[in-house]
Every structure is written in structure tokens, then in C-alpha cells.
Ligand binder design. Sequence first.
Ligand code: LMR
Length: 329
Amino acid sequence: MRILSAVGMSCALAFSGSALASDKPIVVKFSHVVADKTPKGQGALKFKEVAEKLLPGKVEVQVFPSSQLFGDGKELEALLLGDVQIIAPSLSKFDRYTKKVQLFDLPFLFDDMEAVDRFQQSDKGKELLNSMRNRGLQGLAYWHNGMKQLSTNKDTLQRPEDAKGLKFRIQASDVLESQFRALGANPQKLSFSEVYQALQTGVVDGQENTWSNIYSQKFHEVQKNIAETNHGVIDYMVVTNAKWWDGLPADVREGLQQAMDEATKFANEEAAKLNEQDKQNIIADNKAKVVQLSKEDVEAWRKTMEPVWKKFEGDIGADLIKAAQEANQ
Ligand code: LMR
């Protein structure tokens, strides 16, 4: 009798335990490499806020900024292993998973962020969100950061010749490597979290990034010049593990997609504001000089970087490049 009731008791406990377990919210870890006060940082926090409001008690979103959980080198792997559920790498960091997304790294491809946006919202742009499903990655959205500027620790940075022989930190992208080789410079692939120190110690002379990344990482404090080249774009693809996403209860998946749509709208509006603000902050700080380029200067940079396009046309696809160009109106 005593044995029977002990069995009954443990069954009841096991049952209530499993009921409790299924009542627990689904934990969604969102890891990224930039600071909170950046377009991506703000987007991630907005996603948490909206997702938890739409799915109360059903999901808990944990945001890990500034490479706290995983840095550049590891975050895609961690996503595929299920150690994190959402990440938003820059479009330059998908090299190993698809050659098509390298499109976004072609120098001087887009005239401005409006053109980038038009392309991302086009059929061809949206197709790219699904282009890595065979590698286990599902794209959920594009998020903007902004146009890239070029900085160095040298006294002059006006013409492409000024970059010759210098060492530049680049993101892990073969297109960007080729872009700096076209300038006669030496590119070095480094994780985002390593850039400040590499600039400070002179391991590299310069780098390319958006105003918001330059300011939030204090790169302007260890550089002499930042030329307003607008020669390329840093944007993001928010990606999840396709298997995890497909396996979510339908109501949760729909709620998370809705939260993602709202966060995307918010992040993209913030991106333009934050980049403009941070450009002004850098000017006001007066540590690095912001160099304005003439039309002729910009044309010289464009011409020097042009050979990169031909080199990667086969990998990326001429049709995709054409579609992107058509987004410039
Ligand atoms: C970089 O590595 O410079 C950027 O991609 C960082 C980021 O996520 O904006």
C-alpha cells in the first residue's frame, strides 16, 4: 500500500513537472556584436519588447549585445548548433554560406540607403532571405545600418592613392579583400570586437564602417581622418535556425514574425537618425577630421575599385547585380 502510494505520488509529481515544463516560456536568445545604442542594438531591444508583449508568458527574448555571448567568428556556428536562436550578422559575413549575398559588398553599387531599401524589398532581394535554407539558415528580415566611410591614422585621406600600402581591417568577406587590394592596400580580416585595439596599437592603419559603428566603438579616437566616401553599405540579415523556426508552434512563429516586422520598421528608422547623429557627434568630438570629398575624388575612388565587380560577377550572378543597379533611380 505504502509502495503504491509512493508510486502514485511520483507519477503525480512527474506529471505536474512536465506540465510545468511545457508552461515555461520558449527562450529566444538574440546575440549580436554591436552596442545597444546602434541601429541593430535598438532593433534587437524592440524585437524583445514587442515579442514579449504579443506572446505573454510564451516567449522570453534574451538580448546579448557587444559580442558578449558570441563574436563574429562563432555566431553563425552557434546558431546552427542551437546555442542561440537569432543573430543579425552584417551582409558581409555570409561568404561561407552563399556567394550571392556578397552582392551587397560590391563597392559603389548603391547610390544611397533608399536604393538599398528598394532592392531589399524587391522580389530578388526577398529571395535572398531564403537562399541559405539548404545550409540551415532562414532569413527573417533585412535591417539597415548605413553607408560606409573610410578612416586611417595618416595625415591625408582624400584620393585613392592615399590608401596605398596601408593596412586595413576588413570584415570576413572576399569582396572586401579584393576592394582593398584594388587600392594597393593590405586588407586584414578581423572580428568586430578586435578592431578598436588593432587600430589603437597600429596593427592596422585604418578601417571602413558606418558613422554609428565608428562612434559607438570610439574608432574616431584612434584615427586621424575619416573620409566621407559612402563607398559601400553595412546592412544586416536577421537570421534564425530554419529547423528551430519551422518547429515552433504556429502561433508563436506568427507572433515572432509580427514582432520582427515591427522591429524592422523601427530599426530602419533609427538607423538613419543614429548615423546622422553620430556623424555630428564625431565632428563635435574633434578627434578625427571628417574629410569631405569632391565629385572628382569620389569618381577616382569608384574607378579604382571598379575591377572588383568583374571579378565577382560569376559568383554573384550578373542578373542579381543588374537588379540591384536598377534600384538606383
Ligand atoms: C563590422 O564587423 O564592422 C560590422 O559588421 C559590425 C556590425 O555588426 O555592424
